[in-house]
Write a protein that binds this ligand. Structure first.
Ligand SMILES: Nc1ncnc2c1ncn2[C@@H]1O[C@H](COP(=O)(O)OP(=O)(O)OP(=O)(O)O)[C@@H](O)[C@H]1O
Length: 245
């Protein structure tokens, strides 16, 4: 589905150019939930942004669904980007629009072949009672549900999530992880998730790439038999961590 071959991207740094992504080769399968992990600045977001061509590698190939996305013309690029949605760390909601209007926004910007209905995605993310609220009236978890609903409404083939839970507390993180897992199953998407939170990878992904200073240092099969325990309450987690139970 997604094939990245020897992709490299340099940026200008204080001490001259440096490679934010350094000759990375990676395949992500259709309908997979794939994780990209690494410390801040490792190049995770840049690598993920190759997929929807928000960044273009200086050299190497990025192929999505058989199409080389590096060389696409304007029209084909727009079509490619319409098949891909993003979920952001800080939600990127418009504060002067209601939940419903935020979710509808992509449909007002472009024509999509088979969009979902706004009501359907609002129900899917569990925000029926908040449809007329404004972002300032929502919790962080609710804001991210809006972000996910907005991403789903166009019925994307690929969902790119950039630190989707990093602004959330642990229990809310588990709820959002659950929404993302259900979304992948229900809407049959390939999901790529960039995060530095290992627990999120463990709960969601079958495989994960580990990046360090622009390089792919490992691709790991995640052992999901010992997944996190989202059923624990906040108090139980506090006891588990602080008392090492
Ligand atoms: N447009 C840009 N111009 C210059 N430098 C950039 C640009 N985009 C990213 N970088 C630099 O490239 C490196 C990798 O950035 P990237 O955002 O891909 O890392 P990351 O692993 O996602 O880190 P974080 O979790 O902090 O976002 C960083 O040093 C960053 O400052």
């Amino acid at each position: 589905m997604i094939d990245i071959k020897a992709a490299t991207k340099s940026f200008a740094g204080k001490n001259g150019d440096f490679k934010a992504v350094d000759s990375i080769t990676l395949s992500i399968q259709n309908k997979e939930i794939f994780g990209i992990i690494g410390e801040s600045g490792a190049g995770k977001s840049t690598l993920m942004r190759f997929i929807n061509a928000l960044e273009t590698p200086d050299s190497g190939q990025v192929t999505v669904d058989g199409t080389d996305v590096v060389t696409l013309g304007k029209k084909a690029l727009r079509q490619h980007q319409k098949d891909i949605s993003m979920v952001f760390q800080h939600f990127n909601l418009l504060s002067n629009k209601t939940v419903k209007a935020n979710i509808r926004l992509p449909l007002t910007l472009h024509k999509y072949k088979t969009p979902l209905s706004v009501d359907e995605v609002i129900e899917f993310v569990g925000l029926d009672d908040k449809r007329d609220s404004y972002p300032a009236e929502l919790s962080g978890g609710q804001k991210q549900r809006v972000g996910i609903a907005r991403a789903l409404v166009t019925r994307p083939k690929i969902l790119l999530c950039d630190e989707p839970t990093s602004a959330l507390d642990e229990n809310t993180t588990d709820e959002i992880v659950d929404v993302l897992r259900r979304a992948q199953e229900e809407f049959d998407m390939t999901v790529v998730i960039v995060t530095h939170e290992l627990g999120v990878i463990k709960q969601l992904c079958r495989r994960a790439a580990v990046m360090e200073r622009g390089r792919l240092i490992d691709t790991i099969e995640v052992n999901r038999s010992v997944r996190g325990r989202p059923e624990l309450s906040y108090h139980e987690r506090v006891l588990e961590v602080l008392q090492d139970a």
